[in-house]
Design a protein around this ligand. Sequence first.
Ligand SMILES: NC(=O)c1ccc[n+]([C@@H]2O[C@H](COP(=O)([O-])OP(=O)(O)OC[C@H]3O[C@@H](n4cnc5c(N)ncnc54)[C@H](OP(=O)(O)O)[C@@H]3O)[C@@H](O)[C@H]2O)c1
Length: 360
Amino acid sequence: MNLLASFDELARGKVIDEGRNFQWRVARKPSGELSPADFEWHTSDIPDPGPGQVLLKTHYLGLAPVMRMYMQGTGAAGEAALKPGDVIHGRGVAQIVRSRHPDWAEGQMVQGQLGWQTYKATAMSAQEKMFKVPQQGVPAMLSCKTLSMTGLSAHAGLFACGEPRRGETLVLSGAAGGVGSIVSQLAANVVGCEVIGIAGGAEKCALILEQACTAAIDYKKDNMAERLAALCPQGIDCYFDNVGGQTLSTVLDHLALRARIVLCGSISEYALEQPFALRNYTRLRTKEARMQGFFVYNHIDRWESVMNELASWILSGQLVPKNDITQGFENMPKALARMYAGLNRGAAICDVRGEPKDWA
Ligand SMILES: NC(=O)c1ccc[n+]([C@@H]2O[C@H](COP(=O)([O-])OP(=O)(O)OC[C@H]3O[C@@H](n4cnc5c(N)ncnc54)[C@H](OP(=O)(O)O)[C@@H]3O)[C@@H](O)[C@H]2O)c1
């Protein structure tokens, strides 16, 4: 049985209802490729919110590569490492269905750390980074990714670290993914860069050319060094790195003077025992280039202004959210495995209950 069919098998017969709480927990630390045996299905009573707490009902959950690292219990930033038996971390969009909290009202939609579960009783602690979902003429689902940490990552990485300028050549990897599809559109449509996207496979390359990229490189088939030399004769001014490893190393050989490299992610290395050893980093010296990492949670103080800006670009059409939606909470493990198999196009979201009928 192929890998994704084995995840279909895992989901078979699992259906959520309104009368119980359903969870996905860590069964064991993943090793190599994600496997159905890494995940455990758990059901329990819906929790009762205590004084100062609310009861949240999950509508959407986001998927992110970092979840595999949380499950592995090593080296993950931002949330606590998990151990077998723990509910898997995940941010999402939920409705407050009961409130015993003075600051949060029933009916409000919120986004924050929910975990892979269909209900959560919580005190809405600072650690959960909960935000009210405002009514601004767009579906609540967008607060799962584009108007959430994925959008903030794209914005912070591109503007605060990459400092792109009109007319510059910007290259990005993971171009068809969640962060990548936002970065490419902002760089092309808001800043005015020429955007060259790197993605896996002919179909994804065709897709990014329909979006904001003027050229595409298929890292699985093309000779990346030759393509970068041909497409960027004056060198790369800005590189937004979602994958690390060999792609980052190849890009370093094609920099323009005073290039900026944004270290957003290194998914090609997440399942390796040892990180990729980058040997040509001294290219930064002769090009007077800069390589800068960022971590999204360190940019939360700008939440409101960034979300307002992203929403305004959505409404103006400069940013068209690209979502890859998996139906059904029972398919959360498969949705995560699809990211590592490179099957998601755009931001990976699990539709647990769809849009709320109405919200405050
Ligand atoms: N710094 C931060 O605070 C921060 C915050 C959020 C996300 N991130 C990082 O940003 C990156 C993108 O995250 P996302 O949520 O938007 O994910 P995503 O790009 O939507 O999905 C992951 C994509 O990575 C590619 N991929 C998978 N395995 C790969 C491999 N071995 N080598 C190269 N590419 C591979 C696949 O695309 P292809 O088919 O094109 O290979 C896949 O679709 C990740 O590295 C993530 O960890 C960082």
